[in-house]
Design a protein around this ligand. Structure first.
Ligand code: WT7
Length: 651
């Protein structure tokens, strides 16, 4: 297990408890604790109750067909996601309500009402159809955090195209890999997006990726980065590239939504695993929408007057489920921000909360730790009294950060929902309910009603400290890995029979609350982003000077984990600071800046067992400057001493 569990034993003795404040509990979406027992007694009826709040063109004939590990939810049901996120609200007379309240990093703003969003989505949907996109085709979306990102996703769902959103921080090579794996027909990108006062050249990256993405026939380009005023050059390729604004202007404003089967694929989202190749997690339509709708409403206690802000990027699952689909299916007023939290200064998030009267704020522990470090004076300058509910997601939150969030941001009045889930689960799985659950700093508390989670040992027996397992199917579960069903079976369903293996370690405390300990596989969590050690290793070995590498996570105060790489150079190649810098840059070029190792140790040997397996545990000890544990299984115990010396030289 990658996390030191000794420290977690102390956490289980956490004595601080926070009850739901009366003003929230009295009027909460879910306020009666009996909801847990009711959902458990008939899970299918519970989920069907939520599904029935959505619009279905044709009703389902059966709630669930479970042929492990194959789940089908809402069999024969027909619906369309964009219809549920847009038309449904406009038809109910809510067309003038604000859907997206957007602010760019430079301070420009745009607001879309539900009617306006519907019109723009319909126009883009028509334009995509004109470009030859058909039901079931894949469309890659590589955009900054601008309203067009949500428009593009919804436009795909409107015509039954499958989107694959690629985070704007990924390199051209990562983008090309994803285009090719999904065999994407169209790419939607922008000339650039603002980040920390500069324009990220997305179109230039895209152009590079397109040289090795033969399936992409057409490219739609949003003018965001100043191409039109020539601040950024984005030469358009005749016959391939199309300006978004021109397509929109030329397209009809109405578009009949495609009637989709509940089990049709809605999107693919690539995420890192234990091999060098990211996997395309496949989500389908009816079950996914039902769970993100239900959890957005009840976990964030969404009411009409709320102004909701989730600070994630649409390139991650959090952005899919809790910026776009969950909130819009609920007719929420959604704040979206393009840029960095410290631009122009470290008060930017709090300025936005004050300016838009944000009532629900959802962010990541890594961000909370950075805010803590920056100091209380930044939030202290703004009026945060509109905030009602705070959320966190992405990694375990340390109790100090939880307390700071509670006191300094929440003014001791806002329940904190620590939500555990994954790209694969699609929606929130383990979480407090703000009107019901007594919280404790550092625990995600209990499974959401209708979700069955357990802690199991290697043999599948229940224990109080072991592996987190989901023992019953849930509506927004992944259905397969795109193009690699074998990997789906192997990764999630081979550890135990008919039980989902999440890849996290966890413990139960005396209240039966779940404490998530972190990944038990070779997957790192750097600033809430999932990165496979094998991916970084392949990127390093790809460099001409490198013969072998081993990558491990190293504890980091702000990021949770940072990347440490141990690298063996080819014989005759001299190590130098320049080479280390070059290796770091090489990883950035291969994967993206988020994967650059913080520490690179050049070493003549790696600690291996007699069978040749690299002992990562020892490397973690060395990277974190700890006493090195048991070395008796090493082929050459002297390697460790040499490594420690080499590390000290680096440090
Ligand atoms: C992994 C999933 C779910 C959206 C963001 C990340 C870790 C997530 C928590 C939490 C402790 C958490 C787990 C999980 N994780 N939320 N509240 N407490 N750990 O999505 O990239 O698919 O990563 O993030 O390790 O397996 P992801």
């Amino acid at each position: 297990m990658s996390t030191d569990s000794g420290a977690f034993d102390d956490l289980l003795h956490e004595e601080r408890r926070f009850s739901p404040p009366a003003e929230i509990a009295d009027d909460a979406v879910l306020r009666d604790p009996s909801v847990y027992a009711e959902a458990a007694s008939d899970r299918e009826a519970f989920w069907a109750g939520w599904a029935a709040e959505l619009d279905w063109f044709e009703p389902w004939s059966k709630v669930l067909e479970w042929d492990p590990p194959r789940a089908q939810w809402f069999i024969d049901g027909k619906l369309n996601v964009s219809h549920n996120c847009l038309d449904r609200h406009v038809e109910a007379g809510r067309g003038d309500r604000r859907a997206l309240i957007w602010e760019g990093e430079p301070g420009d703003t745009r607001t879309y009402s539900y009617s306006e969003l519907l019109e723009e989505v319909s126009r883009l949907a028509n334009a995509l159809r004109d470009l030859g996109v058909e039901r079931g085709d894949r469309v890659t979306i590589y955009l900054p955090m601008i309203p067009e990102a949500a428009v593009a996703m919804l436009a795909c769902t409107r015509i039954g195209a499958i989107h694959s959103v690629v985070f704007g921080g990924f390199s051209p090579e990562s983008l090309a890999d994803r285009n090719n794996d999904a065999r994407a027909k169209v790419l939607i990108t922008a000339d650039g997006g603002w980040r920390r006062g500069a324009v990220v050249p997305l179109k230039a990256n895209a152009d590079e990726a397109l040289q090795t993405s033969p399936t992409v026939e057409n490219v739609v380009v949003v003018a965001r980065g100043g191409a039109l005023t020539e601040e950024v050059a984005a030469p358009m390729v005749d016959g391939r590239d199309h300006w978004y604004h021109e397509l929109i202007a030329g397209a009809a404003p109405d578009c009949q939504p495609e009637v989709m089967d509940s089990e049709d694929t809605l999107f693919v989202l690539y995420t890192s695993g234990t091999t060098g190749k990211p996997k395309g997690v496949v989500h389908t339509t009816g079950g996914y929408l039902t769970q993100v709708y239900a959890t957005t409403k009840s976990v964030f206690d969404l009411h009409d007057e709320d102004v909701y802000w989730c600070t994630a990027d649409v390139g991650w699952i959090t952005g899919h489920s809790y910026i776009v689909y969950g909130p819009l299916a609920n007719c929420a007023q959604v704040v979206m921000y393009e840029g960095a939290p410290d631009t122009p200064d470290r008060g930017r998030f709090w300025e936005l909360c004050q300016k838009y009267g944000v009532t629900i704020f959802y962010t990541a522990p890594t961000a909370i730790r950075a805010f803590m470090r920056w100091g209380d004076q930044w939030p202290g300058e703004y009026d945060l009294s509109s905030l009602r509910i705070l959320g966190t997601v992405g990694e375990p939150i340390n109790p100090e950060a939880w307390m700071w969030y509670h006191e300094v941001i929440g003014g001791e009045r806002c329940p904190i929902v620590d939500t555990w889930w994954q790209t694969e689960t699609g929606g929130i799985m383990i979480t407090p309910l703000p009107g019901i659950t007594e919280t404790k700093p550092g625990t995600a508390t209990r499974p959401f009603p209708g979700i069955e989670a357990k802690i199991l040992d290697d043999d599948g027996n229940e224990t109080r400290a072991g592996y987190l397992a989901i023992t019953e199917p849930w509506p927004s579960m992944l259905r397969t890995v795109w193009g690699d069903d074998e990997r789906f079976m192997q990764t999630y369903w081979s550890k135990w029979k008919d039980i989902y293996f999440a890849g996290d370690g966890a413990k139960l405390d005396s209240d039966d609350y779940f404490w998530i300990l972190g990944r038990v596989d070779d997957v790192l969590n750097v600033a809430g982003h999932r990165i496979g050690t094998a991916e970084v290793e392949s990127a390093l070995v790809d460099h001409h000077a490198v013969v072998e590498s081993a990558v491990v996570g190293k504890k980091h105060d702000i990021k949770g984990e940072s990347i440490a790489a141990f690298v063996t150079l080819k014989e005759g190649i001299e190590g130098s600071e320049e080479l280390v810098a070059e290796l770091r840059q090489h990883v950035g070029t291969k994967i993206g800046a988020i994967a650059k190792p913080e520490l690179i140790v050049l070493t003549a040997d790696l600690p291996k067992t007699r069978s040749g397996k690299i002992m990562r545990r020892l490397l973690r000890d060395i990277a974190e400057g700890r006493a090195v544990g048991d070395t008796t299984t090493l082929a050459d115990p002297a390697v460790v001493r040499r490594l420690q010396d080499e590390h000290e030289e680096e440090g």
